[in-house]
Design a protein around this ligand. Structure first.
Ligand code: FES
Length: 410
């Protein structure tokens, strides 16, 4: 640490054209400036700026900014010492760890079994680890980059204590030029430019992490969602019959999956809405299938009983004229914007609201969007009442469920 008193190079007085630096001040204000008493012109011309070296620009910028450098010390004034090499290896080590973690992230994303396996199925343990492993490898990759950056700051950037007054408004050209010089000087005095081991491991670590992040977030879009034809996931839900004419009942969620409560028309009042789910008799006794009927991501449906006078005025979409049963209309609960549950029904206006981004759909007009970012109507489920008096599906949805991503055909 220098034994000088904090210098007096505060922000220059308003209107001052120059400031005088002593030798000591010059030394503490930028690396390598050792001239004797001399004057710094605070308002150089364009030509004078062009003629200045980077050190002179740094000195000028420091003086103009009113920066008081109270203390500055190079970390390794003598290059090539063992301590310096050790510090370099430490930083490289952490970047290398980041690269390995990012490579692990890519490996997990590409090769780890991710398809759902029920609790009692083979492969459940591996499936359960997929998300934690993605999170863990991504977290480690990012965290250790942070550790390496902190180490760079502590090991290589010169220790400096500077004091500066704040000022308002846009900086003039001269200040912007001197700032660029100061940043370039900071990079050089950090000595990172000549530390090839660190820059290479940093490049490798951050590069692999970037590829991993890209794979994770973009990889899912590269798949063909229609590869399985009629069995493609976007077409299939719990409402899809396994054979023609299969009865799919409408059940409510009582909070206990094995408590199968089917819905009859008289269970609902006019103006009411209830979230309902599919039920197939063959699922009875199958714990996994019973749970899935309530948890399947495309299964939730809003059963709405309109007031009779509203139902009589309802506008039906071509091809869907018979989808309702009297006053009862059933719409997918998966918002066509980004897939949130459209949980709110305003019975006075017959509007369905999605709380995520405030899209609104009209229950009296085939679920068409009337406000907000959603651009597609909510798919309507055809329903009827069977001979036992239960509300049942009268066929599957005729369009894919969920958000309107680019790969959608309708
Ligand atoms: S997800 Fe429904 S409005 Fe955005």
């Amino acid at each position: 640490m220098t034994d000088k008193e904090p210098n007096d190079v505060g922000r220059p007085d308003e209107g001052a054209d120059s400031i005088e630096l002593s030798k000591d001040e010059a030394v503490t204000n930028h690396a390598g400036a050792t001239s004797d008493h001399r004057t710094v012109n605070l308002n150089p011309t364009e030509e004078e700026l062009d003629a200045m070296s980077r050190d002179e620009l740094v000195e000028l910028g420091t003086a103009r900014d009113g920066v008081d450098v109270a203390y500055r010390r190079e970390r390794f004034p003598i290059p090539g010492t063992r301590a310096e090499k050790r510090a370099e290896r430490q930083v490289s080590f952490w970047f290398a760890v980041s690269g390995i973690a990012a490579a692990a992230l890519i490996g997990v994303f590409l090769f780890w079994p991710w398809e759902y396996k029920g609790k009692d199925e083979d492969g459940n343990a591996a499936y359960s680890l997929f998300t934690p492993l993605v999170g863990l490898s991504f977290g480690i990759a990012v965290l250790v980059i942070g550790v390496a950056v902190v180490l760079i700051r502590k090991k290589f950037i010169p220790a400096e204590l500077s004091i500066q007054d704040r000022h308002d408004g846009r900086s003039p050209e001269v200040e912007r030029r001197t700032l660029v010089a100061e940043l370039s000087d900071a990079l050089e005095t950090s000595t990172l430019g000549r530390r090839k081991m660190i820059t290479r491991t940093a490049g490798a670590g951050v590069g692999v992490l970037g590829i991993g992040a890209l794979l994770v977030f973009v990889g899912g879009l590269v798949k063909n969602p229609w590869a399985k034809g009629d069995k493609s996931p976007l077409w299939v839900s719990g409402w899809t019959p396994d054979f023609p004419g299969e009865t799919i009942y409408i059940r409510r969620d009582t909070g206990r999956p094995d408590d199968i409560v089917l819905v009859r028309p008289e269970d609902m009042d006019a103006g009411a809405m209830e979230t309902v789910f599919p039920w197939k008799e063959k699922w009875r006794g199958d714990e996994h299938a019973t749970l899935q009927s309530l948890r399947g991501i495309r299964n939730a449906v809003m059963m709405i009983r309109l007031r009779t006078e509203d139902a009589q005025k309802a506008v039906k979409r071509r091809g869907q004229e018979s989808f309702n049963f009297g006053d009862y209309f059933a719409y997918s609960k998966i918002c066509t914007h980004l897939g949130c549950p459209t949980s709110l029904f305003e019975s006075q206006t017959n509007k369905i609201l999605c709380p995520c981004h405030q899209s609104q759909f009209l229950a009296t007009e085939w679920g068409k969007p009337v406000f907000g970012p959603a651009a597609r109507a909510l798919p309507q489920l055809p329903i009827t009442v069977n001979s036992e008096g239960f509300l049942v599906a009268n066929g599957d949805f005729i369009e894919p469920l969920g958000p309107a991503y680019w790969e959608r055909r309708s």
